[in-house]
Design a protein around this ligand. Structure first.
Ligand code: ZN
Ligand code: ZN
Length: 369
């Protein structure tokens, strides 16, 4: 692996806040109150779990409690003012509200604000005008800069390395939980900050459950084994799925694996800047319909990936998004035969100006273990 680069430099965060201020101006907002930890981390560098961030025209204020005083001081750049709050983050808003007063309304992240906290905001600064917004920072986050893409690539490489080591250890008789433990242990040893999400390790007929939770079932000869997991580097996630077979594959297993692989490759080939996200989904889906498995592919073809494992743009038939340079998306078609087993193949793809680059490189052929 290459040497780490500084992903979230002060410069990149300054640029993000400048882009946010442009959007706020377009929407006639005087600022935005962010309550969502990944948005706060993206804009300010602060990675704690308890925080509020207000980005206004001329200032950025971060509120946290005393547990995070040192961490926040270390992580925040000089453009963000730190407020360490003694009683309740929301009540402290009122003390600083003076600097936002008299301007345009302040946006609230309604997708992340509880009803109770919405009341607290309005009580703390009752003479300010608040406006409900949705997805403003998420839209900025969907276009990654080069440092972010490199970091997701590192998370992809860690995931692939841990998978290679784990598959070398898997034996018949091991339970899904034991295989999960090996996988997550290897991820940590390789340098992952944790699992990117609850890992899915599903053996035999359970591989037909797209979101199976690992359990005590042992791996048996002839089983498909589906592993869907990821690594975390500086908060950025990878998300990879491979499906292998214990012993020699049956014809039906080879058939669904080839069908999914064809759908995967077709979707990867079509995904590029300027392409509608729903057309990438349609490409994978049509390929599965052609091979007779269309009805066994229920979920969407992919999703954006970054500080969260599911973010924009969504590669679903309902998506109105057009792929843009800087998007990082998964491509993950699957076929699930109830009671028998399923195959999913998932890779992470960075959309460039004229090309797209795989951030996860692991052989796609059906592997016998
Ligand atoms: Zn996944
Ligand atoms: Zn995924």
């Amino acid at each position: 692996l290459s040497a780490p680069t500084l992903v979230a430099s002060e410069d990149s965060r300054l640029q993000r806040r400048a882009r946010l201020r442009d959007v706020l101006e377009e929407r006639a907002l005087g600022g935005l109150l962010s309550v969502h930890a990944p948005n706060i981390r993206y804009l300010s560098g602060f990675s704690g779990s308890s925080g509020l961030l207000v980005v206004s025209e001329h200032a950025a204020d971060l509120f946290t409690d005393s547990r995070y005083e040192e961490q926040a001081a270390e992580e925040l750049d000089s453009g963000v003012e730190l407020h360490v709050v003694r009683d309740g983050l929301f009540s402290a808003l009122g003390e600083v509200a003076e600097r936002w007063r008299g301007g345009a309304p302040i946006g609230l992240e309604t997708a992340h604000l509880t009803v109770r906290d919405g009341v607290r905001v309005r009580e703390a600064a009752s003479d300010l005008e608040w406006s409900e917004t949705e997805g403003i920072v998420e839209a900025l986050r969907a276009r990654k800069d080069a440092g972010e893409i490199e970091t997701i690539g590192r998370a992809g490489a860690l995931a692939c390395a841990a998978l290679e080591q784990t598959l070398g250890l898997v034996r018949e008789g091991m339970t899904e939980l034991e295989i999960t433990a090996e996988l997550e242990y290897r991820l940590r040893l390789a340098g992952s900050e944790g699992p990117a999400f609850e890992s899915i390790v599903a053996a035999g007929p359970r591989s037909a459950l797209p979101h199976a939770r690992p359990g005590p079932r042992p791996l048996r000869e002839g089983d498909l084994l589906l592993l869907d997991f990821g690594a975390v580097v500086e908060g950025y996630r990878s998300d990879v799925t491979r499906t292998v077979v214990a012993g020699r594959p049956a014809d039906w297993q080879t058939a669904i694996h080839s069908a999914v692989l064809a759908a995967h490759d077709a979707a990867v080939a079509v995904a590029a800047a300027g392409v509608l996200a729903r057309d990438v989904d349609r490409t994978a889906r049509e390929r599965l319909v052609e091979t007779g498995y269309g009805e066994y592919f229920g979920h969407s073809t992919g999703h954006g990936l970054g500080l969260e494992v599911h973010e924009g743009p969504s590669l679903s038939h309902r998506s109105g998004a057009t792929l843009e340079p800087g998007n990082v998306v998964t491509i993950e078609p699957g076929v699930y035969l109830p009671g028998r087993g399923g195959v999913r193949l998932e890779d992470d793809l960075a959309i460039g100006e004229g090309d797209a680059r795989l951030l996860t490189e692991f052989p796609l052929a059906l592997r016998e273990i």
